[in-house]
Design a protein around this ligand. Structure first.
Ligand code: CDP
Ligand code: CDP
Length: 218
């Protein structure tokens, strides 16, 4: 194939996809796209406009108007944006509007990077089904809630761990249960359960699997 290597990382909320994706990109000199940030930016924009994230017309308009500059907003990291993201993400027209940007990133990584890492929910199943390596990263919901709560607390977000756990469970159920590109482990994805793994071991394992995949590419 003409394109450079593509690594697809999927999994539920706060499983460590982003941390692993960033670390892989740094290690191999690849470009990294956190596709969740795109859905968060759309959900956040709809909320800020005073519209309902479940309203297909409003959400699709926000998806079509999205610009890369919107992806760096710190407000996107909160659970309110995550919840709105999960609602707009169930609308097929929203997903369709965001597909070309993601595929283009994988085929032509910015800055002339030799490869790309994308993380999200449907990268291995829909966005990049021919990725060189697919990882499905997961961990027990309680573990994920503890980690995300710690992260939000450090940012000054005064949310309880019980609320974070409830948000994560609701989001996982919506993401796995929707008809449009549901969150599901691709048949050829390697499972990485980080419940009993610290981030350094998870990254080391992901680097090992990537090296194998790059070798297999020749
Ligand atoms: O991108 P995703 O929502 O899947 O997860 P993340 O933002 O990479 O990770 C969520 C939080 O869990 C971060 O604060 C990570 O540092 C932490 N984490 C961890 O402590 N141990 C792991 N094995 C994976 C993630
Ligand atoms: O960081 P965390 O894992 O909590 O969430 P995220 O990756 O930022 O994604 C936020 C929401 O966007 C998810 O709950 C999904 O509903 C949606 N999403 C999606 O549908 N497809 C993707 N490829 C990425 C995110």
């Amino acid at each position: 194939t003409a394109r450079g290597p593509v690594i697809a990382i999927d999994g539920p909320a706060a499983s460590g996809k982003g941390t692993i994706g960033r670390a892989l990109a740094r290690h191999f000199g690849f470009a990294h796209l956190d596709t969740g940030a795109i859905y968060r930016a759309v959900g956040h924009a709809v909320r800020m406009a005073g519209d309902d994230p479940a309203d297909p017309a409003a959400a699709e308009a926000a998806a079509r108007a999205l610009t890369p500059g919107q992806l760096d907003d710190p407000a996107l990291r909160g659970e309110a944006a995550g919840a709105a993201a999960s609602v707009v993400a169930a609308i097929p027209g929203v997903r369709a509007a965001l597909l070309d940007f993601q595929r283009d990133f994988a085929a032509h990584p910015p800055g002339g990077a030799p490869g790309a890492v994308l993380d999200g929910r449907d990268i291995g199943t829909v966005v990049c089904p021919d990725a060189d390596l697919k990882l499905f990263v997961t961990a027990a919901a309680e573990t994920r809630a503890r980690r995300r709560h710690l992260e939000l607390s450090r940012r000054g977000d005064r949310v309880t761990e019980a609320d974070v756990l409830a948000d994560i469970r609701a989001r996982d159920a919506r993401d796995a249960g929707r008809t449009a590109a549901p969150m599901v482990r691709a048949g050829d994805a390697r499972l990485l359960d980080t419940t009993e793994m610290d981030i350094d071991s998870a990254v080391a394992e992901a680097i090992r699997l990537t090296e194998d995949a790059l070798r297999a590419r020749g």
